[in-house]
Design a protein around this ligand. Structure first.
Ligand code: ADQ
Length: 475
């Protein structure tokens, strides 16, 4: 057994919650990236002498542990080859499409998997050095699915949790993976494996029974050594109050007005906000909007679409092709249907600070979230939190995890363009009473199930799996 470190709670994730910045004196420094995961975990990390292990981005190799906003951060170096084979390759060109319904063809390369194993091993070894005797280690997401078993091998005293942020596919798709058994066994190193939806947890348990041959009952897997592993759903959420408060500040209200003005003060603003990813269904959504204008149901004087697409994974080929496809479509729709000073679609390929996002949400009458498959989709929940006056309509794909909770949205099948068109029109024509009835119910749901509740429930379940084993984490 490796000798223990001093942290009672260790978060292991592909990325550290910080970005590289330049200090005023020109020296390099760090700034915490303002994600929901960080704000949810920060208080628990502080209360438990916690540490976060992850890659800070880039290829710097001589990085020492450091502190940012009171959190202890342990940076993991990544070589150019590892970025290409582990991150862009196995994580984002094999697992990502395979876990999202194979909407793009997953690429299977043996050398990529070898590098995935190497990087996972290094993360596990670092976690084993940092974690105190009996500590809780919470491993995150598809890039690190082998870490739980590698870590258990090194440190059987630990309580290990794993959370998958993306969907877990049905057996029929997962079985394509040449390394399916290794990944399942990797995850079984955890005491608790968390998913966004209960369907995903069931897929996992079924696969373990079929492929690894362990006994299972409901959400439990019984291992030959007497240990049990629980698989359950913990739908992730956002910091509701943070968005709700932000949307009501004077600055955001004024900026929202400015945005509406800048797009020509139409009677309705449609909005899409996504990472530029082929799972997000951006292409079909813009086509549907374009057709509504071409058919005469909408008029560019009266309705505009603002599509914000965050640059993402630009080194991966499928993402470059997608960007070209979408930009060609936007060009064609604006060229065919726009007028001087009145494009049908305002397209922005950029990342914005949270205040600007809140202003965009506030400026939008109809939020259009149409992924072909999505673990949860936080954008949908952020929009709901920003609708402080209970107005605003959400058009949401049935294939986003969020659709299980946000039942009052206009739910659509993103493969059905005509269905999507009628939902967009319905949302466009809805009266205030109906919009407000739906929005009130959705706001209640997100307010009650915020990201702090998500983190608390995962950690409480993890502590309950083997109550006599390991220390408990202070809330
Ligand atoms: P993502 O696929 O990245 O997350 P999502 O859940 O929508 O998708 O989160 C995106 C985040 O990025 C949101 O907080 C959003 O506000 C922000 N964002 C998007 N575009 C932006 C822009 N242009 N500028 C600034 N910020 C922008 C993965 C899974 C999801 C799951 C989450 C969390 O794919 O299904 O919900 O993890 O588990």
């Amino acid at each position: 057994m490796a000798s223990p470190g001093s942290s009672d709670l260790v978060i292991v994730a592909n990325r550290l919650p910080v970005d590289r910045i330049e200090n005023p004196d020109g020296s390099p420094g760090w700034r915490t990236s303002p994600g929901g995961l960080v704000s949810a975990l920060e208080p628990v990390l502080r209360a438990n002498d916690g540490t976060w292990i992850g890659w800070p981005g880039g290829t710097e190799s001589d990085l020492e542990p450091f502190e940012a906003d009171g959190m202890d951060l342990v940076p993991m170096a990544m070589s150019a080859r590892e970025i290409e084979e582990f991150y862009e390759g196995f994580s984002n060109a094999t697992l990502w499409p395979l876990y999202h319904d194979v909407v793009e063809k997953p690429l299977f390369h043996r050398e990529w998997f070898d590098t995935y194993v190497e990087v996972n091993q290094r993360f596990a070894e670092r976690a084993a050095e940092v974690a105190a005797e009996g500590a809780t280690v919470w491993v995150h997401d598809y890039q690190l699915q082998l870490v739980p078993s590698m870590l258990r091998e090194l440190r059987p005293d630990l309580r290990i949790g794993f959370y998958l942020h993306i969907p877990f596919p049905p057996a029929e798709l997962f079985q394509q993976l040449p390394w399916r058994r290794q990944l399942l066994e990797g995850l079984l190193g955890a005491d608790l494996v968390g998913f966004q939806l209960s369907g995903a947890a069931q897929n996992f348990v079924r696969l373990v029974r079929q492929r690894v041959g362990h006994k299972t009952h409901r959400d439990l897997v019984y291992l030959p050594d007497g240990r049990t592993v629980r698989a359950a759903a913990f739908p992730i959420s956002i910091d509701f109050n943070l968005y709700a408060d932000l949307a009501q500040t004077e600055g955001v209200a004024a900026r929202a007005e400015e945005i509406r003005e800048a797009v020509g003060n139409p009677s309705k603003v449609f909005l899409g906000v996504d990472r530029l990813d082929y799972t997000k269904g951006i292409y079909a959504r813009l086509r549907a909007f374009g057709e509504l204008i071409a058919d005469g149901h909408l008029d560019v004087e009266d309705a505009v679409f603002v599509q914000v697409a965050t640059p993402s994974r630009e080194q991966v080929e499928q993402y470059r092709i997608l960007r070209d496809d979408i930009e060609r479509l936007v060009g064609r729709i604006n060229g065919d249907l726009g007028k001087i000073g009145r494009p049908a679609i305002h397209y922005l390929h950029a990342s914005y600070p949270r205040e600007e996002m809140a202003a965009l949400f506030r400026a939008a009458d109809i939020m259009v979230v149409t992924p072909l498959r999505d673990g949860m989709n936080l954008v949908a929940k952020e929009y709901v939190a920003c609708c402080h006056d209970d107005l605003g309509a959400l058009v949401l794909s049935e294939f986003a995890g969020a659709a299980e909770e946000l039942r009052q949205a206009w739910l659509i099948n993103p493969y059905d363009i005509n269905g999507m068109k009628s939902a967009l029109l319905d949302a466009y024509r809805t009266d205030e009473r109906e919009a407000s009835r739906r929005m009130k119910a959705m706001r209640k749901t997100v307010r009650q199930h915020d990201v702090a509740a998500w983190a608390d429930s995962f950690l409480a379940e993890l502590a309950a799996v083997r109550p006599s084993h390991g220390k408990s984490v202070r809330p």
